[in-house]
Each structure stands twice: as structure tokens, then as C-alpha cells.
Design a protein around this ligand. Sequence first.
Ligand code: SAM
Length: 517
Amino acid sequence: MSAAAPSVAPAASGSVAPLPAGSVAPAAPAGAPLRLDVITIFPDYLRALDLSLIGRAAGEGLIDLHVHDLRDWARDRHRTVDDTPLGGGAGMVMKPDVWGEALDEVLALPADAAAARESAAGRGRRVLVVPTPAGRVFTQRTAEDLARADHLVFACGRYEGIDARVAEHYRAAGIEVAELSIGDYVLSGGEAAALVMIEAIARLRPGVLGNPDSVVEESHGASGLLEQEVYTRPVAWRGLDVSRAWPALLSGDHARVARQRRDRAIARTIARRPDMIELLRPDTLDAADRAALARGGWAVLDGAAGPVELVVRPAAEADLADLVDLAARTFPDACPPFLTAEQIARHVAAHLTPGRFADWLADPRVVLTVAALGRDATTRGGRVASGELIGYSAVLIEPGDGGAPPPGLDPRPDGVTVPAAPDGGAGLAAELSKVYVDARLRGSGTAAALLAQAVRAAAAAGVTALWLGTYGANRRAQRAYRRAGFAGAGSRTYDVGGRICHDVVMALNPQEAAGEH
Ligand code: SAM
């Protein structure tokens, strides 16, 4: 079969013209076609390669495809290619002698391993691919690697597989042998596996895809993420309206579209392939990526190899001692620099007591949430054990009936308005009283995860105005609150250990914010 006539039908007899030594391109020049040989007892199975992209690529000379019937190398009348397994057992095994003759010819090698090594040298990169469920798993990385070869020969097994000496012999003969599995399941033959691998490899060759950008952002590409969901017109179909679920997508603002696509790719990968999230390299993740990961419950720790899953859960009585300790440890981090250690200590002793936390744990109007890592991790700030409390948040809900407020609830600042509930009923206000994270986890996204959870919990409790006060000069905290959807709502003064501090007040409506991400 020539490149100009890309049919995969076997030739009438002796399906491959003998390849004289050296006929396989020595180090294929750039733009040379990728030569593909497939050896099988079912050549017709490979007819699918005549179709679609691969068929067209063969027609255009981008790949040079040859399919061979293994039985053409059998020596007996019945064209036998298999025999019973040595040592007994079920099924049949494919004979090494038949495979040897076929592969010697297709690879254009002498049968002697030492002579083959010499003749194989310097002929460009050639790989003998043996599909087998016992092989290394074929991935996009494997496809990228094999797409850089000059010649691939696929040996399709049937029955119980090919005698193991075949792979061993060609390895010893200096041939690169790749025993590859397309997944953890068993097929009846290697043909479907070869089809899968050829399609994945060939579409990566230059010129095969109309738009080469198609391979850049797809699943399993360089980003290490799954691709986000894709949509086309009509925008609204059977009640599913893309413009509502993906507000940025139709905005025409390329930066916003790109950001939302990436956020969605991160969310989808978290939901479907958390194993891929663990492999993301922190240096490839910007602040918005980290926020998207945090919303899905993953932290990016300074100094750790990859993201770590967070456990964000309601606080329990058993957390009390650790919670009090964490609160005392983290409170000074967010204080203005002019406060003295004494003033801070006075505030902690008065407000962050075991009694206060015990009251909050018992009060249904307080949503107390804690965060921990799902596994041990080493950060630049030290080791963090799984389960150890690394952050907490407290949402204090105003009594709707005018009863006594939960302890510690600050007076609602004038700038905070309380919108009506979505059903038109009375709105409800709550203070996001605390969001604190252990200093070792600074910048990890833990605060964003706690914030996202606080907003969700407030939405579920019917809150329509969630507000907070934060020290005016703490721009980092304000940026984090803005990323979570909070907007400025005035200012207030706040007493820390007898010293008056000026806070910025921010607020959001959890009923609107919770659905947005
Ligand atoms: N006895 C073999 C084992 O358990 O590992 C399974 C042989 S299988 C029934 C027959 C042939 O199907 C294999 O030689 C291989 O060519 C092909 N095959 C089956 N599952 C495969 C997979 N997951 N990936 C690649 N090839 C596979």
C-alpha cells in the first residue's frame, strides 16, 4: 500500500513487499510521513483507518500505512499461527516463529540478534508496539512520544497473546519495544488497541489536524487538566441556558472567557479526576487558579509538590481545645502593626475563650467551620499533619425574631443593607466574624475554601446579607474577600484590647453568590 493509495486491504498474497535493508527512512527528514505497519490475523479490522482524519492524512501522504496478514508468514497448509501453552492451561498462544518471520521482514532485519542490532542502528527511530493488557498504560504522553518516531510497527495479538520471547528477542536485537495497554480491561485482540493508539498518535503529526491549536488545550494536554465542557448554538436548549450557567462565555471579552474556561476545567478535573489535580505543578498555577482550586477544596501549599485536598467540615465538640489554640495563634497575624502584644493578648483572653467556642458550638445560629489537610504535607513553614486544624471560620446569624443575638455578634454597620429573600420574604443578616488560617498555609487557598463554604452555609441558612469588618490597611485580606464576591459596604471602628481600630466593611448576598461558581 502506498501513501497515495491509502487502502488498508491486504494485498492478494504476501501482503507486504519485502523491505530491503535500509528501505525504512534513515532518520526521517522533517515533514516525512510517519510509517505505520500493522500485523494482524484480521487485516479487515483496520479498514477503519481508511476513514476520517487518518484516511485523509494517509491520502495526503502525511502517514504511510501498511496492514499485513500474519498468516502470510505461516508455513503450513492451515496457515497456523498459534499453539497450546507450554505447561498447559486455557487458550492458545501465538507462535514466536511465525511472528519472528513477519517482524524480521517488516522491520527488514536479519534473524540473528547481533546482526539485527547492527542493521537497526542509525535508521531513524523505529518502535515495535505490542498491545497487551499487561503493558504500561498508553497515555497522551505516550502518544506525544510515539508521534515523534519515524516508523511504528504494531504486532496485534489474539488468543492468550504472543509468546513472550518475541518482545524479548527484538529488544535484544536493538529494537525499541513498547508493550502498551490501552486500559485496565481485556479485549480479545490487539487490533482495537492498535486503532486507538494510531488515532491518538497520528492526529499529533504535523498537518493531520486542520487546526493545530485543537491539540493545545484539550484534555490531558500541557495544562494537566481535563478540558472544560463545550457548547454550541442554540444558546438555550430544552431549558438549559448556557448564558445563565456561563455568564462570561458570551461576553465577547476574551480574557474573561479564557478565565471562566480555565475555572471550569479546574472544577471538572476536581470532580472527575482528582488524581490529576495532585499532579499539577504549583509554579503553573496563578492566584485565580488557586482560588478555583480552593473553591473545589484543594490547597496549594508553599513548598509542597502539588495541590493537597482540604477537608472543610463543621466544627465538632472534639475540636474545642484545638480550635481555641488555633484562634489564639492566628488572631495576631491579622492585627494592625500598632497593636501591642498586651492589647492582643487582652482581646484573646476576653473573646477567644473556650467558653466562647463552646457557646458557638452549641448555638444553631452560629456556623462554625474548620479546615484540615486530607494528607500529611511538608510546606516551607514546616510539616502539617493530616487532620490537624489549619483554619476556621465563624458565621454569626442575627436572630430574625429580635431575640438575643449569638455571643460575639458585632452591631451591624449602617452601610450594610439587608435584601429581601428570593421569595420576597424578609431578609436575614449575618456577620462573617472569623476567617483565620494558620500562617504555614498562607496563600494556599485555605482561606478561600473556608470563605466559599461560609457563603454556601449562609445561603443555606437563608442569609441575604453576609458582612464582615477587616482592618483597613490589610489589602491582602480585602483582595481575598473581593475574589470571593464581597464588595465594600462602608467602615466601622473596632476595639482590640482597648485600642480603637478602623475597619473596612464588606458584604455580599449569599443567595446570589452561592450559585455563581
Ligand atoms: N492473556 C492475556 C493477559 O491476561 O494479559 C490477555 C490476552 S487478550 C485476550 C488477547 C490480545 O488482546 C492481547 O494479546 C492484546 O493484543 C490484546 N489486548 C487485550 N486487552 C488489551 C488492552 N487492554 N490493551 C492492549 N491490548 C489488549
